[in-house]
Design a protein around this ligand. Structure first.
Ligand code: NAD
Length: 324
């Protein structure tokens, strides 16, 4: 794997916020396997206790149950930490449209607290989760850093504000920050349940249970679905990036795009099913097409993006077969 041979100084300590969630728990697992110490800070609001319990016996793992909205918690969690991977946030565009104030508190104030705590504790690198949603209604494809449109949801706004704060922290205080604009990440441990679940785990789980998933819109919307291994690689490579790129944001994706209906058909076929989907109305705040230009991450972070969409789907189906 592209990241497994990366070397950090001995005794490096990583803090993963949101480490009980989908992306965070995969980061925790990868870093422990590489032999470094990991602290996880999570309030378990959308994350799962199972994603914490599975590591509790590991001597290099420490769990802090806490909220990034509380500055003292962030300060304590960043003590002695070399690298922060800030994943804690509330996701989902539709839910943010229902709860805009809550999203601002969690996703903006929470990230600002983490930036400030990292500055005070002299963290080496602050890598954080941004999102493809910052491109808003910009129609240019592929999406390129620096060409952003009007935002379409409170969620997207929180991520845009996080990016601005991070850039400012690099400029004003010399904290090395790197923003990773994830594009529709999927893979093991992604929650398939509930109205705000992402499409891939939802399709896999429902089809496995012989249920008919709903496609919102005509299914002709496209997304740059990104397998989790690519995201782990990007986070670890950002921790090793040159300080001259501090304050920058990077698209983290596969660099291709799939139509939702094709994804549906592909999963159906892989599972050996012939289940017809249901169709529902288009969702407010959703964009029609998303496809990333990943050349900036390749050039500045040495991002490899080894895993294709199809390989990722195989692995994911395998995992859900064993774990659902
Ligand atoms: N999954 C994707 O496709 C995707 C795409 C773009 C961006 N992102 C971003 O990546 C990050 C991780 O996403 P995910 O898919 O793993 O989501 P997730 O919901 O599985 O994980 C988020 C974790 O953050 C924790 N959390 C939430 N609020 C917190 C708070 N106030 N204090 C401490 N912990 C808190 C939750 O309990 C959860 O464990 C988020 O910042 C998300 O916005 C994800």
């Amino acid at each position: 794997m592209a990241y497994k041979n990366l070397k950090f100084p001995d005794n490096s300590v990583f803090l993963v916020t949101g480490g009980a969630g989908f992306i965070g728990s995969n980061l925790v697992e990868a870093i422990l396997e590489m032999g470094y110490k990991v602290r996880c800070l999570d309030d378990l609001s959308t994350g799962s206790r199972k994603n914490v319990d599975m590591f509790l016996d590991h001597p290099d793992y420490q769990f802090i149950k806490g909220d990034i909205k509380d500055f003292e918690t962030c300060l304590k969690a960043t003590e002695g930490v070399d690298y922060v991977l800030n994943q804690a946030a509330w996701g989902s565009v539709p839910r943010s449209i229902e709860q805009p104030v809550f999203y601002a508190h969690t996703n903006i104030i929470g990230t600002l607290n983490m930036l400030e705590a990292s500055r005070q504790n002299k963290v080496k690198k602050f890598v954080y989760a941004s999102s493809s949603s910052v491109y808003g209604d910009e129609a240019t494809l592929p999406k390129k850093e620096g060409i952003e449109g009007n935002l379409l949801s409170p969620y997207a706004l929180t991520k845009r504000v996080d990016e601005e704060y991070a850039k400012l922290y690099s400029k004003l205080y010399g904290l090395d920050t790197y923003g990773l604009r994830y594009f529709n990440v999927f893979g093991k441990r992604q929650n398939p349940d509930g109205p705000y679940a992402a499409v891939i785990p939802k399709f896999i789980s429902m089809l496995m249970q012989e249920k008919r998933p709903t496609i919102y819109g005509d299914g002709k919307q496209s997304r740059d679905f990104t397998y989790i291994e690519n995201v782990i690689e990007a986070n670890l490579k950002a921790c090793l990036a040159s300080s001259k790129y501090a304050g920058e944001c990077f698209n983290i994706a596969s660099g291709g795009r799939e139509y939702l209906i094709d994804v549906y058909n592909h999963i159906n076929e892989k599972l050996g099913k012939e289940i017809e989907p249901l169709y529902g109305p288009e969702r407010t705040g959703d964009i029609k097409h998303s496809h990333a230009d990943v050349s900036k991450a390749i050039e500045m972070l040495d991002y490899d993006c080894q895993w294709s969409f199809k390989q990722g789907i195989e692995e994911s189906i395998d995992w859900y077969r064993k774990n659902l």
